[in-house]
Write a protein that binds this ligand. Structure first.
Ligand SMILES: Cc1cc2nc3c(=O)[nH]c(=O)nc-3n(C[C@H](O)[C@H](O)[C@H](O)COP(=O)(O)OP(=O)(O)OC[C@H]3O[C@@H](n4cnc5c(N)ncnc54)[C@H](O)[C@@H]3O)c2cc1C
Length: 531
């Protein structure tokens, strides 16, 4: 069963080693397990629905609770503290495009707001039913039943799925036919194809397969005014590409019901390796060179010094690890080192070429290759790591992440400024914040910057929320002042809304608003999110 107030399946736990706990206590002080409300208390807090009955719509309190939030830290604080600002009045479970249209008509008739819901993994407040002072009832539309593979067009390397398909089911359907999409956000277990498109998602192998923008070939959107088909064409110069308007639309234009994606034959080999650099400067230079090398790599992830330190601490104190640290010391890779994970997928020859080319560039930047051990471990744990958030919360530590992207020359200064804004963000109350960063999506002209921060959960949810808001505001303002995007992959939702204008400017914002007015004249689609 999926956790109602945390990440993932409630039978899965991610234990923390005593070394990690001691490390955190040293960084932040001892954590105090918070007094979270129980599921029955949370259900009792759901008010009576304002929506009339409909066969496709549930007004059950538990269902409405489960669909009242996503996975942002603010969502967690509200769910666990009993402070969810608003609940959907109903949850629709359409199973066909025709039923989606019926649900939209019902929403029009009842003057309800509509919140499309994919896998519920949003981390920026996309799914909240509280929308400023909007008094209209809220109807969440769960796409989980619209999840089939409609067509695998092997000749043209295209697959068409219904948009509610989750990551594992999508990959399974393709793999039995010898294909893959290769899109693996860390939320893969629950997030959906429609959600990926609606948020412009980036998977862990974006370097090899591309972000969802490159994979999304066309589909269908049901809007309040009409259906919008997006034809699949190899390329087109026929005016602006309407797919680009749907990508990142965050449920504001309509419901994506179907998506065609570019697929690839299953790779023969997947191989992930690690290397260490003496410091940030050499590590960043190496990933920049690798990004520009046109080597067929699928993945690069550079952990900056604090994150590297954290990874090595979490790895425990085995003799093998001691040996590795000793050997790195001899190679001149000591305190301040950065760990790089790099990988290639494809045919045997292609993978061999990519890895040996990568090792050459790594060596030129004074990197020390340490083989496939850490890469294999990462591969095994890559979807398990989010479970650590549950364990740490229960120990009294809140975890949040934020991300941006900037051009290469701005990377070091932006990392430093964002980390410092967070690290000093709770000085006023003498609380420490533990911050670390990695670069995991790289381009010829720049990189994403992904920062994780931890702080202690307070005695009262309102104070934990105040701390989070203060940190989030300081980091977001810093990102904008350093010319970074407010989101490289998580989207805008509510949490980043105030910063969108800095990127789009007045005219751009008006263009976006006018598109929303055209597709959704009554403003019923996920109001308050994005814009
Ligand atoms: C632990 C964790 C790790 C994550 N890792 C990554 C990562 O590596 N890369 C990344 O890109 N993101 C990541 N995310 C963020 C999140 O998973 C993505 O934004 C994802 O694309 C959301 O998909 P979803 O199906 O869960 O959508 P939801 O969270 O349900 O919805 C997100 C938004 O999309 C809209 N939407 C959803 N489905 C549809 C549809 N069919 N039609 C129209 N609108 C729709 C919703 O209205 C909402 O505005 C992570 C989140 C978590 C919790």
């Amino acid at each position: 069963m999926r956790r109602w107030n945390g990440w993932g399946d409630d039978s899965v736990h991610y234990p923390v080693t005593p070394e990690t706990m001691a490390f955190l206590e040293k960084k932040l002080g001892p954590g105090k397990p918070p007094k979270d409300i129980s599921l029955s208390e949370a259900v009792a807090g759901v008010p009576v629905s304002r929506l009339p009955e409909h066969p496709l719509i549930s007004t059950d309190a538990l269902e409405r609770l489960r669909h009242s939030a996503g996975q942002s830290l603010a969502d967690w604080i509200n769910l666990r503290g009993g402070t969810v600002p608003a609940f959907p009045d109903g949850v629709a479970f359409p199973a066909t495009e025709r039923e989606v249209r019926a649900v939209l008509r019902y929403a029009q008739d009842t003057e309800a707001r509509v919140i499309p819901y994919g896998g519920g993994t949003s981390v920026v407040g996309h799914l909240s039913a509280g929308s400023d002072n909007d008094r209209r009832p809220a109807l969440t539309v769960d796409m989980g039943r619209i999840n089939s593979l409609l067509e695998l067009d092997e000749a043209n390397h295209l697959a068409t799925f219904e948009a509610g398909v989750r990551g594992p089911a999508l990959e399974k359907a393709l793999r039995v036919m010898g294909f893959t999409l290769g899109h693996y956000p860390q939320s893969h277990e629950y997030s959906t194809l429609g959600g990926w498109v609606a948020t412009r998602s980036a998977g862990q192998f974006s370097l090899g397969y591309g972000r969802i923008e490159r994979l999304f070939a066309g589909g269908m959107v049901e809007t309040p005014v009409d259906s919008l088909p997006l034809p699949v064409l190899p390329a087109s110069a026929a005016g602006p590409d309407l797919r680009e308007i749907v990508l990142g639309s965050e449920g504001r234009l309509g419901i994506i019901t179907r998506a065609a994606v570019r697929v690839k034959p299953l790779p023969e080999v997947e191989s992930f390796h690690a290397a260490f650099f003496p410091g940030l400067e050499q590590g960043v230079a190496a990933v920049r060179d690798l990004a520009r090398s046109s080597l067929p790599l699928a993945m690069l992830r550079l952990s900056l010094p604090e994150e590297t330190d954290n990874i090595l601490t979490q790895a425990g104190n085995s003799p093998a690890l001691k040996l590795l640290k000793g050997w790195l010391n001899i190679q001149g890779v000591k305190e301040g080192r950065c760990m790089l994970l790099y990988g290639a997928v494809g045919g045997r020859k292609q993978v061999r070429r990519a890895l040996s080319g990568a090792r050459e560039i790594i060596g030129q930047r004074r990197g020390v290759s340490v083989g496939a051990g850490p890469g294999r471990k990462w591969q095994k744990q890559r979807f398990l790591v989010p479970y650590l958030r549950n364990t740490l919360w229960e120990a009294g530590y809140a975890v949040d992440t934020l991300e941006t992207a900037v051009t290469w020359s701005r990377v070091p200064a932006t990392v430093q400024a964002v980390e410092s804004a967070l690290r000093n963000g709770l000085r006023d109350i003498d609380e420490k914040v533990y911050v670390f960063t990695h670069l995991s999506h790289v381009y010829t002209h720049g990189s994403s910057i992904y920062t994780t921060y931890l702080f202690r959960v307070a005695d009262h949810p309102a104070e934990t929320m105040r701390r989070w808001k203060q940190l989030k505001t300081r980091a977001s303002e810093t990102i904008v002042s350093y010319g970074g995007t407010i989101s490289h992959q998580h989207g805008v939702g509510v949490d980043h809304r105030a910063y969108l204008e800095a990127e789009k400017d007045d005219l751009g914002m008006e263009m976006l608003r006018s598109i929303c007015r055209t597709m959704d004249p009554a403003g019923m689609m996920n109001p308050g999110k994005l814009l």
